[in-house]
Design a protein around this ligand. Structure first.
Ligand SMILES: NC(=O)c1ccc[n+]([C@@H]2O[C@H](COP(=O)([O-])OP(=O)(O)OC[C@H]3O[C@@H](n4cnc5c(N)ncnc54)[C@H](OP(=O)(O)O)[C@@H]3O)[C@@H](O)[C@H]2O)c1
Length: 282
């Protein structure tokens, strides 16, 4: 029998993509903070028990990387403490947990793709709280999959693609950092992988941390060039260094994820980032 599935943070980029793929199914419960606040421990227990939840996909998170530096307590509450509580509820109720984490658990000092086993050294509050959330799950849960992803974008919500689209329509020239390298990930591709895990029962006996991003490598500058080209906007994109655009938090200069483990364990093919970006524009 199909399990009842709780998706938290369902109005975010990933949650919305999941909802669009799944459609209306009786065994899926899509919730966001208004219906189910993941920091409310009692509400989580009640929801899981009442709806006989057998699997949770935690898409809820505090995702504003810069603002997290000022709102550390809130970021910690959502990304760490609530996840720890969620992990406890999952253990007590025999629930499988699929959790999403980030490339920002790494400091970016490598120059070859990060493996799941590489040392984590987050540079800012967001990365630190996300890592603590991961660690709570690994410590408490017997059955989980943690998917670390990077540079998520989607047609839902605010993200880099939407920002560059808008700016390039308004301006003649924009400058974008070229010294931070990673891989964009179309949230729809990640959502497709998650539904593959669930619908094909592939998650069973695969408890581990996995990396999932699109294939390939680029800088934010290259990413922006591609977005502007696909938008058809006449805007000159110029490369610049991170020092020219100081932000509240230093981001890893290199955060490409090695996806070998996921591709091997699940025999899964991941789309190339440019192909996925084109698909989003179509
Ligand atoms: N975005 C990226 O570039 C990126 C990169 C790597 C990893 N990730 C990870 O990927 C996952 C999905 O990211 P995303 O881009 O889809 O995030 P998102 O668009 O910011 O969505 C997160 C959702 O969670 C909701 N939320 C916040 N606090 C909550 C709470 N206490 N209870 C329930 N819901 C709450 C948010 O509501 P509000 O909008 O009202 O706060 C939002 O709807 C996250 O775990 C994130 O850390 C993201």
């Amino acid at each position: 029998m199909m399990k009842n599935i709780l998706v938290t943070g369902a109005k975010g980029q990933l949650g919305s993509e999941l909802r669009a793929i799944v459609g209306e199914k009786d065994n899926y419960f899509f919730t966001d903070v208004e219906e189910l606040d993941i920091t409310n421990g009692e509400a989580i227990v009640k929801f899981v028990k009442q709806n006989k939840i057998g699997l949770v996909v935690n898409c809820a998170a505090y995702t504003n990387v810069d603002k997290a530096e000022e709102e550390e307590v809130l970021a910690d509450l959502v990304n760490h403490k609530a996840v720890q509580n969620l992990a406890e509820v999952c253990v007590e109720n025999d629930v499988f947990l699929i959790h999403i984490s980030t490339d920002y658990v790494f400091d970016g000092s490598k120059n070859t793709p990060y493996k799941e086993t590489d040392t984590t050294i987050p540079l800012g509050v967001y990365g630190k709280t996300k890592l603590q959330g991961e660690q709570a799950i690994v410590e408490l849960c017997k059955e989980y999959i943690i998917l670390r992803t990077s540079w998520l974008y989607s047609s839902y919500g605010a993200n880099f693609v939407q920002k560059i689209r808008r700016l390039s329509a308004e301006r003649k020239e924009i400058k974008v950092v070229v010294d931070q390298v990673g891989t964009p990930t179309y949230a729809k591709d990640l959502a497709t992988f998650i539904t593959f895990l669930i619908e094909k029962d592939m998650y069973k006996e695969k408890t581990a941390v996995y990396h999932f991003s699109n294939e390939g490598v680029c800088s934010w500058y290259d990413f922006a060039k591609e977005i502007v080209a696909l938008s058809g906007n006449k805007c000159d994109v110029q490369p610049c260094s991170s020092c020219e655009y100081p932000t509240k938090v230093v981001r890893p200069s290199y955060s490409v994820l090695d996806k070998t483990k996921l591709k091997t364990d699940f025999n899964y093919e991941i789309p190339y980032w440019k192909d996925s970006l084109k698909k989003m524009f179509e």
